[in-house]
Design a protein around this ligand. Structure first.
Ligand SMILES: CC(=O)SCCNC(=O)CCNC(=O)[C@H](O)C(C)(C)COP(=O)(O)OP(=O)(O)OC[C@H]1O[C@@H](n2cnc3c(N)ncnc32)[C@H](O)[C@@H]1OP(=O)(O)O
Ligand SMILES: O=CC(=O)O
Ligand SMILES: [Mg+2]
Length: 531
């Protein structure tokens, strides 16, 4: 190892010369500073999540917080947005794979969320290569030669890069400070900020972030304090960093104003992260005898609790001069089946049309082929205006009961159960093999969508309402019977692509589903399977 490690820092993974350009002594010293300053608070907040879950398990329902009523009633706005975040009508997302990043930046979308989270398997290789790719993308020097000879380089006009670090719950096991492994969130943030902020300032931009999976405003306060500290350390003007928070947990939905308020000097709005949101509802109410959702496919953006959440997010953002960005339809272009393809594209159009008409300022797409559809839907409403933040929604009145109106409860079917098993195992197999985003049955599947599949089965097994429409109760025995059938089908379909990773995935899926202790995130045990 050529790098001189700062005192107290260890790296428990291989370093190539290219990795050493990212893991420099100075960058690691910055990681260590953030760790020493904030790791204690991060742990307290994770511990507070456990306490909150116990309250929910005991039947307490969430509500808007009485202690922050003044913030909700107050007349404040977030700080002005930088020029390159004013127009976000189409945002493409994708993992930090070099070729895909170039494709995303060239896609015609206004912004590109470079994802170290839901769509990324956090192997050491992916994380550090991802930082190299981000560095080169910011400097517009990124290029790629595909093994088939195709060359990739950036167009003259590219999307603005927004980086999504890992959430507060994930660790970076390959780096320790004073003998403690470091937070994945702090690690991803620290490296991207340290290496790029000074350069970006010279071109009138900055590092922008998407912040995932927070459960409340105190977690947002921690991010804000990290930003303040980081900017001070590197002599960057306060308020330079901007961050969009994904509202993708049911608890955060009750604290949207407060989250914007905590980050008001650094905020670039909120995003409706629908897939983790559904997962969070299942997770938080998994012990509630009244709670039980229908087959995954039935939980669309138009069901009552999802509609309430989407409208409240929009109203809250615009009251605070903040962009409201819509989430992701999981539909993707379908090759070799024009009829199915047209249906999928129609689904994306309907999704983006609804968001644009409601008043959203932009929305996510999963694939470059969907950029024109989303662009048309938002441009139809926005015209030449960069956004519609000025559009207020006083007509929207969402109550706690609306957010908790968990319908539909039916149907739950054998096909829905089998599909959850099939998708869950395929996704986990891919994730353990190093790829965090895959097309399965013509839908985009990532960590968030797979969480819904596995948590639904856990909950159906344990809920009195977990009954198939033909009257059979969902049980461990029924799950195992269907699981055996799905594994046999997949083995036949995969042939020699059915590797040890897929065997591991099947046994991990069995554990996730049958263990009475609910596993908080599938990526936590999954992390033990990857380097
Ligand atoms: C819940 C959430 O968090 S949503 C956010 C996280 N999820 C995502 O970001 C989804 C990202 N999307 C993807 O990973 C992919 O689109 C998938 C896995 C869904 C589908 O992938 P594929 O079936 O391989 O796509 P397909 O074969 O049609 O790709 C065609 C081309 O588009 C590129 N492409 C596809 N999706 C993307 C993307 N999101 N960004 C950049 N390029 C992309 C492919 O690299 C390929 O490029 P090439 O022709 O130069 O080789
Ligand atoms: O991150 C987005 C989501 O839907 O989850
Ligand atoms: Mg998510």
């Amino acid at each position: 190892m050529a790098v001189t490690l700062p005192q107290g820092v260890e790296i428990l993974a291989p370093l190539t010369p290219a990795f050493e350009e990212i893991l420099t002594t100075e960058a690691l010293a910055f990681v260590a500073k953030l760790h020493r300053q904030f790791e204690g608070r991060r742990r307290e907040l994770i511990a507070a999540r456990v306490v909150r879950q116990a309250e929910l398990d005991a039947g307490k329902l969430p509500d808007f917080l009485p202690e922050t009523a003044a913030i909700r009633a107050g007349d404040w706005k977030i700080a002005p947005l930088p020029q390159d975040l004013l127009d976000r009508r189409v945002e493409i997302t994708g993992p930090v794979d070099r070729k895909m990043m170039i494709n995303a930046l060239n896609s015609g979308a206004k912004s590109f969320m470079a994802d170290f989270e839901d769509s990324n398997c956090p192997s050491w290789e992916n994380q550090i290569s991802g930082q190299i790719n981000v560095r080169d993308a910011y400097r517009k020097t990124i290029s790629f030669a595909n093994p088939d000879g195709k060359q990739y380089k950036l167009n003259d006009t590219i999307a603005t890069l927004i980086l999504r670090p890992r959430g507060w719950h994930l660790m970076e096991k390959h780096v320790t400070v004073d003998g403690e492994i470091v937070s994945g969130a702090l690690f991803d943030f620290a490296l991207s900020f340290f290496h790029n902020i000074a350069y970006l300032q010279t071109v009138g931009s900055a590092t922008y972030y998407y912040l995932p999976k927070m459960e409340g405003h105190l977690e947002a306060r921690l991010w804000n304090d990290v930003f303040v500290f980081a900017q001070k350390e590197l002599g960057i003007p306060q308020g330079t960093i901007k961050a969009t928070v994904l509202i993708e947990t049911i608890l955060a939905a009750f604290e949207m104003d407060e989250i914007l308020y905590e980050l008001r000097e650094h905020s670039s709005g909120l995003n409706a992260g629908r897939w983790d949101y559904i997962f969070s509802c299942i997770k938080k109410f998994k012990q509630n005898r009244d709670f039980c959702l229908a087959n995954r496919a039935q939980i669309t953006m138009t069901v009552p609790f999802m509609r309430a959440y989407a409208l409240l997010l929009l109203k809250t953002c615009h009251q605070r001069n903040a962009p409201a960005i819509g989430g992701m339809a999981a539909l993707i272009p379908i090759k070799n089946d024009p009829v199915a393809n047209e249906k999928a594209l129609g689904g994306v159009k309907a999704d983006k049309d609804r968001d644009a008409t409601d008043g959203y300022d932009g929305g996510w797409v999963a694939h470059p082929g969907l950029v024109p559809i989303a662009n048309e839907a938002f441009s139809r409403v926005l015209g030449d205006a960069p956004n519609q933040i000025a559009k207020q929604r006083p007509d929207v009145n969402v109550t706690a009961a609306d957010l908790l109106n968990f319908q539909p409860e039916a149907p739950i079917t054998e096909a829905g159960l089998a599909m959850n098993i099939n998708v869950g195992i395929q996704y986990l197999g891919s994730w353990i093999s190093g790829n965090g985003c895959v097309p399965i049955h013509n839908l985009m599947e990532d960590a968030a969508t797979a969480e819904i599949s596995r948590s639904q089965i856990w909950q159906w097994i344990r809920s009195p309402k977990g009954v198939l429409e033909d009257g059979r109760k969902v049980t461990v025995e029924l799950f195992r019977e269907l699981q055996a059938a799905e594994v046999a089908k997949l083995k036949a379909e995969y042939g020699n692509r059915w590797t040890k990773q897929y065997e591991d995935a099947a046994s991990m899926f069995d554990h996730l589903t049958t263990s009475d202790d609910f596993v908080e995130f599938l990526t936590l045990p999954g992390y033990d399977y990857i380097d």
